[in-house]
Design a protein around this ligand. Structure first.
Ligand code: IFM
Length: 442
């Protein structure tokens, strides 16, 4: 497998999943604090109050990144740590200082920082005011982008506005599996609209504040495969693609919302988002890269009498999330996106697998299945590059085992095992394999 010498090799995390310290130094409450405190929402009532204690152990974690030879680290900024209610225009010094020292620590270790603004910890007062379905949230997100890019822009060139708008809108406002736990498709569509709009409004602000900024957005994309050759399954697969992928990709690349999906949502009786003049121009703002988070493909079965449309999980090997392991679908996704959208660069901003493997008696974590997952997906990346896809980076998800949202601490995606009682970190075998893989290609 060959990769360009300047390929960006990294690992990723997000604030709520690792930081803990939710009540420290003036941090305000986020929707995930509230959601976790609501009985029955998160596995066994877990929450992010302690998580990986990264807020205090960040130096140890950066040392691990360095030991693994990572060239880049993708982290996110907890909005309520810097703007406790979300309505402020000035950042809280303690919060700014935390991210500032994190960035300095990365640079001292020769690791390039990649900052994500929104990885789901929305300040609770902004949720109370209307949350993502409320158009008025957009200028507040722009203020957040402004405060952070002013504070870190002299040292951080790489910015991701949002992580996974599909998950935020559909799991947060349609299925209610994620915070804030709403079940209303109209609200989910409005949320998606405002997430994309706020992205478009924030990008120029980041560019103004950061010399030579590289700015993009991260989508979780899922290539859609019909369960059979039947017309019903093929139509359903096309619709799944529209719902999951094209609804987000099309407006980001200047095509407005896909017509077939507008018609579909109207037929289903959903209210389409309120679109103001200029919204699509904002959304199609020029970006430097598209971040893609990839985990698995969707095998789609259409609706027949007595049978609802279904996403099947494949029959192959599965991870602990019950997600099928099928590397070739990543190659197909990358070549399809490159063919259909004018992305300047594509970066895999997350890819990885949950397996519960912990330390053996000898202290080693022999997570061979995670290693096999990485190997298969990196092979897909290498062949996509061979086919001309401008793929320039890969971030493994995740540096640490961490708080996996509604699954609490039950799913372990880390390159590094975390004992949540003692907070001991143990580098897994898959991480050593990734270290060597990167070293051979750098
Ligand atoms: O842990 C999450 C991450 O926060 C967003 N992308 C998917 C990961 C695994 O579910």
């Amino acid at each position: 497998m060959s990769f360009p010498k300047d390929f960006i090799w990294g690992a990723a995390t997000s604030s709520y999943q690792i930081e803990g310290a939710v009540n420290r130094d003036g941090r305000g409450p986020s929707i995930w604090d509230t959601f976790c405190a609501t009985p029955g929402k998160v596995y066994k009532g877990h929450d992010g109050a302690r998580a990986c204690e990264h807020y205090d152990r960040w130096e140890e974690d950066l040392d691990i990144l360095q030991e693994l030879g990572m060239k880049a680290y993708r982290f996110s900024i907890a909005w309520p740590r810097v703007l406790p209610t979300g309505f402020e225009k000035q950042g809280l010094q303690a919060g700014l200082d935390f991210y500032s020292k994190l960035v300095d620590g990365l640079l001292e270790r020769g690791i390039t920082p990649w900052a994500t603004l929104y990885h789901w910890d929305l300040p609770q007062p902004l949720d109370d005011a209307g949350s993502w379905p409320w158009r008025g949230i957009c200028p507040h997100f722009v203020d957040f982008a402004d405060v952070m890019s002013r504070s870190l822009g002299d040292r951080v060139a790489n910015w991701i506005t949002h992580n996974e708008p599909w998950v935020v809108s559909m799991l947060g406002y349609k299925s209610g599996e994620h915070a804030p736990g709403i079940k209303d498709m109209d609200k989910a569509l409005a949320a998606a609209h405002h997430i994309l709009l706020s992205h478009g409004m924030a990008v120029p602000v980041i560019r103004d504040n950061v010399k030579d900024a590289k700015v993009g957005i991260t989508l979780n994309l899922c290539p859609s495969y019909p369960a059979s050759n039947s017309e019903i399954d093929r139509v359903a697969a096309e619709r799944f693609d529209g719902h999951f992928n094209r609804w987000f990709l099309d407006p980001l690349y200047g095509r407005d919302y896909p017509r077939d999906m507008i018609e579909h949502y109207e037929r289903e009786g959903f209210a389409l988002p309120e679109i103001h003049e200029g919204d699509f121009e904002h959304m199609a703002v020029d970006t430097d890269f598209l971040g893609i988070n990839f985990y698995s493909r969707g095998i789609i079965r259409g609706e027949e009498e007595g049978n609802d449309p279904q996403t099947l999980h494949g029959t192959g090997v599965k991870t602990d999330m019950d997600w099928e392991v099928y590397g070739p679908s990543l190659r197909r996704l990358l070549t399809d996106v490159h063919r259909d959208y004018p992305t300047k660069e594509i970066i895999i901003t997350e890819n990885g697998a949950a397996y519960a493997t912990g330390p053996d008696e000898d202290g080693r974590v022999k997570d061979t299945r995670r290693r096999a997952y990485f190997e298969q997906h990196l092979e897909a990346c290498a062949s996509a590059i061979d086919e001309g896809v401008p793929l320039t980076g890969y971030f493994a998800w995740s540096l640490l085992d961490n708080f996996e949202w509604a699954f609490g601490y039950a799913k372990r995606f880390g390159l590094v095992h975390v004992d949540y009682e003692t907070q001991k970190r143990t580098i897994k075998d898959s991480a050593y394999w990734y270290r060597d893989f990167v070293a051979e290609r750098s």
